[in-house]
Ligand binder design. Sequence first.
Ligand code: NAP
Length: 314
Amino acid sequence: MPDPVFERIALVGVGLIGSSIARAAAEYGAAGSVALYDMSDEVRAKAAGLGLGEVADTLEAAVAGADCVILCVPVGALEAVAKAAVPHMKDGAILTDVGSVKKQAAGALFAADNGKVHIIPGHPIAGTEQSGPEAGFPTLFRNAWHILTPREDADEAYQAAVVRLSDFWTALGAKVETMEAGRHDRVLAITSHLPHLIAFNIVATAFDMETVEQGEVVKYSAGGFRDFTRIAASDPVMWRDVFLNNKEAVLECLGRFSEDLAALQRAIRWGDGDMLMREFTRARTIRKAIIDAGQDSGAVNFGRNEAVNGKAKP
Ligand code: NAP
């Protein structure tokens, strides 16, 4: 096992992401020890039971002595947690986060700056629709992108901290890139935030139609709809905070999306098969590009895993 990148890390928020970092750091030897804190008594008890690390009773106790503090709480909670954590952190330690929105998260973290810690916002582009400490697993970040949005006007010590944090995520198996926070938010608005909004919406529409169609929407749910229900099962608090904090970029994408949807609607109404063929063929090439880039598997997927047939969950 290589030498740990950090002697000690502290994770605040022990849900899917926090617990996955704890597991991965132990599995790949990226941290000498892991301190944990969550505001929920129940989550702290579960984290202790799962052996995820040294569970502290207070935020202050968790972050004191850590070389790197990683905030794994919903985006809307970042500012308060960062302000509570920073005064108790070691001089020269790193404060980072995993929030899915970066401009607001960076503002929240930098608002807590006392000039003695290195604040480096971050976002692992990896996750599932599940939440809580039991949902995490050590391989979550393997081959996934991890985006850092560091300060640009930085001194040498800060740049060295960015390299160290990159080394930590690389040790967990991630591919690290740095990016300007606004650009991150525009890219993620179309690749992650809008697809989730569409999923929440289509599932809500189907739920309303369920009554009209007398239960047959769920009974005959096809692969396409089932894929949307999986995405729409994601944590409501997390997604509420994403939309409230990436408003501009999401509204911009939504405007474009609505115009394109109206064009498809018109093509269906007027029987414009050529237009439909053109658009669907173009979509297929994007799917192929994603598979070729190693971002997904091209394996046949009927939208059912073995758990549906009463076998073990994969
Ligand atoms: P999660 O499973 O719901 O875990 C979040 C944990 O943080 C919960 O245990 C929550 O406690 C706790 N918490 C909330 N406010 C807190 C506070 N003020 N102090 C201490 N603990 C607090 O959520 P998650 O999926 O791990 O998401 C965490 C972060 O990762 C979010 O910022 C999200 O944007 C980001 N992220 C998520 C994904 C994903 O796919 N899920 C992917 C990439 C990044 P309660 O349950 O009691 O509220």
